[in-house]
Every structure is written in C-alpha cells, then in structure tokens.
Design a protein around this ligand. Structure first.
Ligand SMILES: O=C(O)CCC(=O)C(=O)O
Ligand SMILES: [Fe+2]
Length: 226
C-alpha cells in the first residue's frame, strides 16, 4: 500500500498508531445479533483450516463481500488488488436472514461503503493459533463480540490478554500477533466489519478512542484499500 501524509483525491484515511486496538464507542444490539448468527450455525464454512497454523474450530459466514463461500481477503481469489475485488462486493444470500445485524450496519456503523462483513464462529474448545495478518500498524477492521464465553481469551503476542465482553467493539491492529483460545463449552460468535471509506463520524470515533486510551496516532491517506 502507498500512504500519503496529506489527503489526496479518492483516498481514505487510515489511523497509524502503535496501539494494539482502539475501543470504539459503538452501541451494538449484540444479543439480537448473536441470535441471528446462532440461527445460521449450519451455514458457516470452515475458515483457514488448511493453512499451516493449525487453527481449530474456526468458521466464517460472510454477510457482505464476494460471496457466501468466499470469506477470505481478495488476494485469496485471484484479484489484482482490493479495489478490483471491492467492485464485486454485495450482500450475500444470508443477509436477508439477519435483519437486525444488516439494519445496524446500514444505519449505525459509521461507513457508507462496507468491505467484508462476516460473522465469525470459534467453536467450544477451538483455538486460533498465534498469527499476524498485516504489515501495517493500522487498527481498522472492527471486531465485535456478540458472545464471548468466560473462558475464551484473546491473547496478544506480548502475553497480555484483551478484555472482550459481549457488545464490545474494537478497531484491531492485526499487525500485532494475536491468538484466541475458547477453553469453554460454549461457541463464540463475533462480527468483523471492514469498510472502504472514512466518514467524519469514523474519524471522530477513532480520534476519541485514541485520546481516551492516551495513545498517539496520525491519519495517513491512501487510495489503496486495507
Ligand atoms: O475474532 C475472530 O474470529 C478473528 C480474530 C482474528 O484473527 C482477526 O480478527 O484477525
Ligand atoms: Fe487474525
């Protein structure tokens, strides 16, 4: 990706910060959303179960994106870049079964241009092995706990754990190593929202979160999508 320190035409703003995550002041109808996700349990597809990390019991269900059976990022499907893939993004066939989640995305989430939106399931006893997803220190994908069993833990590479009660939304800096262990007998459902614009509302949300956490960060601008 190419970044600029000043705004350029058609660019979106990305917050660069050393923060591992920013807690966003978003109100989420998480119980209703969890109900919608749970009702679709048999539609989830295995996620990254072929890669070398050895993740166990991790599943995904795209609501918005390339299609129901394409939960991964654009590079897994032969696209030249994220902008090309984004042209093919749309609501998937399960979106009509999730009216509360879809309505929240359309009316409450501070974006007019969604990227991938997926329910994620980590089965009881499952784990997401330690991994890094990005070379850029940008907390941008929003990870929302719809449920989070007591003994399910998000762990950073430095050994610290993240408090992640249901209803909490974090912009995640997945350039830091992270892993998740569901050492409970209950499935864990989260919603991960990517977006392809940076509305004033989004920038304000991020700036407020940064100040609240006493972190430093700066907006950089790029026409490339994250
Ligand atoms: O919460 C999840 O299911 C995914 C966690 C993860 O590895 C990520 O967001 O990059
Ligand atoms: Fe990850």
């Amino acid at each position: 990706m190419q970044f600029n320190t000043e705004p350029i035409p058609d660019a979106r703003a990305y917050m660069w910060t050393q923060a591992k995550c920013l807690k966003l002041d978003l109100s989420v109808p998480h119980e209703a959303m969890a109900g919608e996700a749970r009702a679709l349990r048999d539609r989830f597809i295995p996620y990254r179960n072929q890669d070398s990390y050895g993740h166990q019991g991790w599943y995904s269900l795209p609501l918005f994106g390339l299609s129901l059976d394409k939960p991964m990022s654009w590079d897994a499907y032969g696209y030249a870049n994220a902008n090309e893939a984004a042209k093919d993004f749309d609501w998937t066939s399960v979106a009509k079964h999730c009216p509360i989640t879809v309505n929240w995305l359309k009316t409450q989430f501070p974006s007019n241009k969604l990227g991938r939106v997926r329910f994620m399931l980590l089965e009881a006893g499952g784990f997401i092995a330690p991994h890094i997803d990005s070379p850029y220190s940008i907390p941008d994908p929003v990870n929302i706990a719809l449920t989070n069993p007591q003994d399910c833990v998000w762990q950073w590479g430095d050994g610290t754990t993240l408090d992640f009660p249901p209803g909490t939304a974090y912009a995640m800096n997945i350039s830091y190593e992270h892993s998740i262990y569901n050492r409970s007998n209950e499935d864990r459902y989260h919603l991960i929202v990517h977006h392809h614009d940076s509305t004033e509302e989004w920038k304000q949300l991020m700036t407020t979160a940064l100040e609240k956490q006493d972190e430093e960060g700066y907006f950089y601008y790029s026409t490339d999508l994250y």
